[in-house]
Design a protein around this ligand. Structure first.
Ligand code: SF4
Length: 327
């Protein structure tokens, strides 16, 4: 990409005027930036906004988060999914406390649990102004489209994707080193608001004059998604519900609480009370929730509806409870 200086100026001007107001915008506290970045790794902005505000209210500093019990942290994370991130963030807070200060460079930050190259660069640039470029899905899409047409046809880029390392190099070349944090956020904002995955809004794009494609690239075939049906038992008694804890060694959501699956010893009394869809990674689940009568369920316990919010529930169980108006 030529015209890097012009690109930076146009992008930052646009960002200064059009950026969304988000709770972590303008934040300089590295801990809070880390919380927002880890939450945003696999969860949509609209969901994260509210959860971020509650989380930093409950755990306003790394020191307070470090002192909290894991079950309390997981409960606060409930609904965001991918609980591995909550455990990692908890571990990172403990490391920050034991180091005595927050790491300031991307090279140091990447040593914290749950912090990869992207998150390290995001925190270092936004909190400390380090000229470290970020590359995420939004940045990749913007870079691909910008670079198309400069000796690379749309079809050629679709068939021979840019190598991972080249994204980082190109993003680093484009980076405004004096406003690295703003520039990084501006690139991601452009990808999220204008250079959209399907049809980009090129007529609203501040850098359209410098863009090689001014439109979507040729499509590559998408990986097909799996479909599956799962059934859960809703066993209720005097304002309480029977929940089961997932095994501590389970690779997915270990130790979280959920409704018992219906392949265990519970008798189903009715047609499903509730039917809903739930997607996890590459699988679309049809979830059927049946009222059932109590049976022996290993690792289960009765929990009153009003104390459900204190328990680390799986995202799906929380969704079911919300649909049934139990939380
Ligand atoms: S002109 Fe269109 S394709 Fe190019 S960066 Fe802007 S929005 Fe994306």
């Amino acid at each position: 990409m030529g015209h890097a200086a012009k690109f930076r100026r146009l992008l930052l001007q646009w960002f200064d005027q059009h950026q969304r107001k988000l709770p972590w915008r303008g934040e300089r506290d590295p801990y809070r930036i880390l919380v927002s970045e880890i939450m945003l790794q696999q969860t949509r902005v609209a969901v994260v906004e509210d959860r971020y505000i509650k989380f930093v209210k409950q755990f306003p500093s790394a020191a307070i988060l470090a002192r909290a019990r894991e079950s309390t942290v997981l409960a606060a994370w409930s609904g965001l999914g991918y609980y591995r991130r909550a455990r990692a963030l908890h571990g990172a807070a403990k490391q920050v406390v034991s180091r005595g200060k927050f790491p300031r460079t991307a090279a140091e930050l990447v040593e914290l649990p749950g912090v990869g190259r992207y998150t390290a660069a995001a925190v270092a640039s936004i909190a400390f102004g380090e000229p470290a470029a970020v590359v995420d899905g939004n940045v990749k899409r913007v870079v691909e489209r910008l670079c198309t047409g400069q000796g690379n046809s749309s079809q050629a880029i679709a068939e021979h994707p840019i190598a991972e390392e080249d994204y980082w190099r190109i993003a680093g070349d484009l980076l405004d080193r004096r406003r690295a944090g703003d520039f990084n956020q501006a690139m991601m904002e452009l990808g999220a608001m204008v250079c959209l995955p399907g049809q980009p809004l090129c007529t609203q794009c501040p850098v359209s004059g410098l863009c090689g494609s001014r439109g979507p690239l040729a499509k590559t075939p998408k990986a097909s998604r799996r479909k599956a049906i799962v059934r859960y038992a809703l066993v209720r008694r005097n304002g309480s519900v029977l929940l089961q804890q997932r095994a501590k060694h389970h690779s997915l959501m270990p130790g979280m609480w959920e409704l018992p699956a219906l392949d265990i010893d519970l008798s189903v009394e009715t047609e499903p009370l509730l039917k809903l869809r739930h997607s996890i990674t590459t699988t679309d689940y049809t979830v059927l929730v049946h009222a059932a009568s109590p049976g022996k369920v290993q690792g289960s316990r009765w929990t009153s509806f009003h104390s459900l919010h204190r328990l680390p529930l799986t995202g799906l169980t929380r969704k079911i409870m919300e649909k049934l108006n139990h939380v």
